[in-house]
Ligand binder design. Structure first.
Ligand SMILES: O=P(O)(O)OC[C@H]1O[C@](O)(COP(=O)(O)O)[C@@H](O)[C@@H]1O
Ligand SMILES: [Mg+2]
Ligand SMILES: [Mg+2]
Length: 341
């Protein structure tokens, strides 16, 4: 049996609803950009110096050649779409596209830039909101009409939600079509896998440190089970693994200069991932509140991000809420504490 195409899926969802049809057109345009980017990535170094640094964002992050190429591909693909406003990690300010457009879109054109020249997976993240005026991209994540990401891995995958579950598609290259491989992704509530950049451990706050110490203590610690670490350094790849088999991802705020709110951007990284997770029975928090409830103050605002299996995300939130009851500095293989039994 040949599985449903992305186009068929979106047609079925949109029916004759005009706004939904606009969302469908926009998702298909983004999928086109993803297809073009996948071709470039498949050529690797044969496509030129894709990992070369070309500039810097206002806050100092580097912009590589492929970041800029991906940004351009997205912009071109959306030129004919019903999108009034486009925000991107690679542009300081949003740009106006189609004055008659009904939608606002924000993108991380290339997520996982540090992996460009290593032949590891990278991706494109997007969120689609109703166009409500110049501040349309500052609506909270609860207002998203659709969100998703493309993952350029051994196969090209698309994770998508339009608010009716989370669907997974894979690019059928000979036909140039995305085909559905999972109609209802389900993130298991419990997990034995966590993803965090542990090189920052000395900068973490008490709640994050205690949570990870308890995972590390494994079967001899308060969790009474062994855990496994996975960290790709491309959030999209970690998110896809979590959609497939569960797990938890953490990029918390930490004490490094400029990292008080972590590294990930609320509007075009955290919100789309949070929407996908919730629609697959997972969860996403900044430690204190649900990601989707946060009202953005600016397009490039950062946010501490914890997402994945609901039971673990709730546990991290509990550690944050009750941080004062946790030991200031616990031994790595610590004793059972008040919250940690
Ligand atoms: O290098 P670090 O600090 O571990 O950060 C890795 C994280 O940063 C990101 O690469 C941020 O995305 P960009 O590549 O779009 O800047 C995430 O995908 C990834 O999880
Ligand atoms: Mg990113
Ligand atoms: Mg990026």
């Amino acid at each position: 049996m040949i599985s449903r195409t992305l186009q068929d899926h979106l047609d079925g969802w949109a029916g004759s609803d005009a706004l939904r049809r606009d969302v469908a057109t926009t998702v298909l345009a983004l999928a086109d950009a993803g297809r073009a980017l996948a071709e470039l990535l498949a050529a690797g170094p044969l496509a030129g110096g894709l990992a070369e640094v070309r500039g810097f964002h206002a806050d100092g992050d580097s912009q590589k050649e492929l970041d800029l190429v991906a940004d351009e591909l997205v912009r071109e693909a959306l030129a004919a779409a019903p999108v009034a406003l486009l925000g991107s990690e690679e542009m300081d300010e949003p740009v106006e596209l189609n004055p008659a457009g009904t939608l606002a879109v924000a993108v991380d054109p290339l997520d996982g830039s540090s992996n460009i020249d290593t032949d590891l997976s990278v991706g494109t993240i997007f969120t689609i909101l109703p166009y409500t005026g110049a501040d349309a991209l500052l609506q909270p994540g609860t207002q998203q009409l659709a969100a998703g990401f493309l993952l350029y891995g051994p196969h090209v995958a698309l994770a998508l939600t339009t608010g009716a579950g989370t669907q997974l598609f894979v690019l059928d290259r000979p036909f140039g079509q995305f085909r559905m491989v999972e109609a209802e992704a389900q993130v298991p509530a419990e997990t034995g896998e966590y993803a965090i950049n542990a090189s920052n451990a000395r900068h973490w706050d008490r709640a994050v440190r205690c949570y990870i110490e308890d995972c590390l203590a494994g079967g001899e610690g308060p969790r009474d089970r062994d855990f496994n670490t996975r960290w790709v350094a491309s959030m999209v790849a970690d998110a896809y693994r979590i959609l497939m088999r569960g797990g938890i991802y953490l990029y918390p705020g930490d004490a490094r200069r400029g990292y008080g709110q972590g590294r990930l951007r609320l509007v075009y990284e955290a919100n789309p991932i949070a929407f996908l997770m919730e629609q697959a029975q997972g969860a996403a928090t900044d430690g204190l509140q649900r990601i989707l409830d946060i009202v953005p103050e600016s397009l490039h605002q950062r946010v501490p991000l914890v997402f994945g299996s609901r039971g673990e995300v709730e546990r991290v939130a509990r550690y944050h809420r009750d941080a004062s009851a946790l030991p200031e500095r616990s031994p790595l293989f610590g004793r059972r504490g008040l919250l940690r039994a």
